[in-house]
Design a protein around this ligand. Structure first.
Ligand code: FES
Length: 160
């Protein structure tokens, strides 16, 4: 269950939105921040806050790739696999990160520190290939630069 302060805050944000659906992503992201991912409980709470059915929220949640319906690590490395990045070395970047982290794309490292996820276009095609960690984007990635950034993020992860 979310804290009363967060609930009140989200109720206000939903009330201020032109439509409840408009507030859906914001609401899901806040609940995800609280729980670490959009748990079934969070999905039910989002539905209540938004006045939508759980199924409607589920549909919205599965549409947005930055909403996670299964557990993820505190640090998520998104590697763009859309066309500009793919054609500019994105595939090599992703492969090098799977080797560095010793996981397959879509998985979490054994220590639970990092989840590696391929993703759709990050809107930064001019700097392909790109990746994103948290809210920060990194462009013109080489496998070496990507490995350096991911290693630094891993070292800074909680519990490392
Ligand atoms: S294709 Fe990768 S940022 Fe657009």
């Amino acid at each position: 269950m979310i804290p009363e302060l967060l609930k009140t805050n989200l109720e206000k944000r939903v009330a201020d939105a032109v439509t409840n659906r408009e507030a859906a992503v914001d609401t899901m992201k806040e609940l995800q921040r609280h729980y670490g991912w959009l748990t079934d409980e969070a999905l039910e709470e989002a539905a209540q806050l938004l006045g939508l059915s759980p199924l409607q929220v589920e549909e919205l949640a599965t549409f947005y790739e930055m909403i996670y319906r299964r557990p993820v690590a505190p640090r998520i490395v998104h590697v763009c696999d859309s066309i500009s990045c793919w054609a500019s070395g994105g595939e090599t970047l992703l492969k090098s990160l799977t080797q560095l982290l010793e996981i397959e794309p879509g998985s979490t490292t054994a220590d639970g520190a990092i989840t590696l996820l391929p993703c759709s276009c990050l809107g930064n095609c001019g700097e392909a290939p790109c990746m994103m960690i948290g809210e920060k984007q990194y462009g013109r990635m080489t496998p070496e630069a990507g490995a350096e950034i991911v290693a630094a993020v891993r070292d800074a992860s909680p519990g490392s």
